[in-house]
Write a protein that binds this ligand. Structure first.
Ligand code: SF4
Length: 450
């Protein structure tokens, strides 16, 4: 591998797990080019921002870097800055106007060009950037993309524009990446996609003879579904957990529920975004299910897997969301009783159908009030779901050591502070350990090592 003595790169990832998975590939290329990672921006020779466009606040944080970039470049005139990720949907010309000191703008799908920007010859030249091997950020957690892009065009969402049409990675490539992760002691395998449960609709062969931009999704004969993929991964020998995100309610098949119920490596936690509990809002969001469909699906999942933990994503203050419509979401929250939720105030994204069609007419203060209102309902249900687990013994994956204390993730994906992990009972990050749950709040638990 080429060596670049003493050169350092600083990589900052904004946004979701898919961006983190992309950063794993950036990391592999940078280190294959001889650069060493640094956590300090001010000693780096190369800074890479992997950006997010999902909310205005995420973009503002990137544009807010201009001042620091100027200071860093004044100190080090040879410093190079690369911007990649979802904000590239704006195009280089627009971004250059907002961030004139950035040297290169690189669409994530053209990551193969990164060595050239770093002054190196190609260290890897796969046809598809996801074939670049990952250098995982965590020694115990691996993000494994199974598909890329999205065809759903929810009216609030920028992802189909930022990441393009959906395609599924070849199954063998995914299995190889999962096996590599397990071989290198990764214990939590996250299968990622904007819509994981539509996996298989666009097998790689569907694109033959076409550019990805022009090709339409093709349902392949004898395709492997997400449920089948999950079963194959579950059959790989070793001790590990299989998690996935994001799932779309409209594509949640009975076969997937059956796979979740029978795969012993699936730790019985899902995130299922509802976005709204009001049918009119759901229609205007283009979600393609009703609140009744969603409730029915949750009942079906709970009937098959009674102890499953369910989280959701919700947007409050979507254009035209009346107080009555919002109360339908509040009612759905009470009816379902989520274990966790990620509640966001609507943020208009320019270029989306919602931004063109609807006025952003719910005042900011009202959005905030609705978010807090839902959060109170969630706090109650999360605590109610947690209480029965008190005094239960369960396995945790140790994933953090901070201020002299160990923390782990429960199968339900809750943060648990681990008590009793003193010098007599040595534990390490990445270990599976058994604890008895000794205290629960809505947001985090405590457990004593047993
Ligand atoms: S399913 Fe909807 S919210 Fe999710 S990435 Fe696709 S368009 Fe966005």
């Amino acid at each position: 591998m080429p060596k670049t003595k003493n050169k350092k790169y600083y990589l900052k990832t904004f946004g979701c797990q898919s961006n983190m998975a992309d950063s794993d590939r950036i990391r592999w290329i940078a280190e294959s080019c001889g650069y060493a990672s640094t956590p300090k921006e001010n000693v780096a020779d190369l800074i890479i921002y992997n950006t997010c466009s999902v909310r205005q606040s995420a973009e503002d944080r990137i544009f807010g870097r201009n001042k620091i970039i100027k200071q860093l470049k004044t100190k080090n005139s040879k410093l190079k800055i690369i911007l990649t990720g979802c904000m590239m949907h704006y195009g280089e010309k627009t971004l250059k106007k907002r961030m004139p000191l950035v040297d290169f703008f690189l669409p994530i799908r053209e990551l193969q060009k990164l060595p050239k920007l770093m002054g190196k010859k190609a260290v890897v030249n796969p046809e598809e950037y996801l074939s670049i091997p990952p250098k995982h950020e965590f020694p115990f957690r691996a993000w494994v993309p199974i598909s890329y892009g999205c065809n759903n065009f929810c009216t609030f969402c920028i992802v189909p524009f930022a990441r393009g049409r959906e395609y599924s990675r070849p199954k063998n490539e995914i299995i190889r990446e999962v096996k590599d992760a397990i071989r290198t002691s990764h214990k939590e395998i996250w299968l990622l996609g904007q819509n994981v449960n539509s996996y298989g609709i666009t097998e790689k062969t569907a694109w033959e003879g076409k550019t990805r931009k022009n090709a339409l999704p093709v349902i392949q004969k004898g395709r492997v579904t997400f449920a089948e993929l999950m079963r194959e991964i579950n059959a790989i020998p070793g001790k590990f957990w299989i998690r996935f995100t994001s799932a779309h309610p409209k594509d949640f098949s009975d076969d997937l529920i059956s796979a979740m119920a029978t795969c012993e490596k699936f730790p019985k936690y899902i995130n299922l975004p509802v976005q709204s509990g009001d049918n009119d809002v759901l229609t205007r969001m283009n979600r393609n299910y009703t609140r009744e469909d969603f409730i029915k699906l949750i009942k079906k999942i709970r009937a098959a897997i009674p102890d499953i933990a369910i989280s959701t994503d919700t947007i409050v203050g979507f254009p035209g969301e009346t107080k009555k419509a919002f109360m339908n979401t509040a009612k759905l929250y009470r009816e379902i009783g989520f274990d966790m939720a990620f509640i966001a105030e609507y943020s208009m994204r320019s270029g989306t159908a919602a931004s063109i069609t609807f006025a952003d007419n719910v005042p900011h203060a009202e959005k905030e009030r609705r978010r807090k209102y839902l959060n109170e309902i969630l706090k109650k249900s999360a605590l109610e779901k947690s209480r029965p687990l008190l005094r239960q013994t369960m396995e945790l994956l140790v994933d953090e050591y901070k201020n002299g204390r160990f923390f782990g993730k429960s199968p339900q994906n809750k943060n648990v502070e681990i008590k009793g992990a003193d010098s007599n009972q040595k534990i390490n990050i990445g270990d599976f350990v058994k604890v008895e749950i000794t205290d629960v709040t809505a947001w985090k638990w405590e457990g004593q090592l047993v």
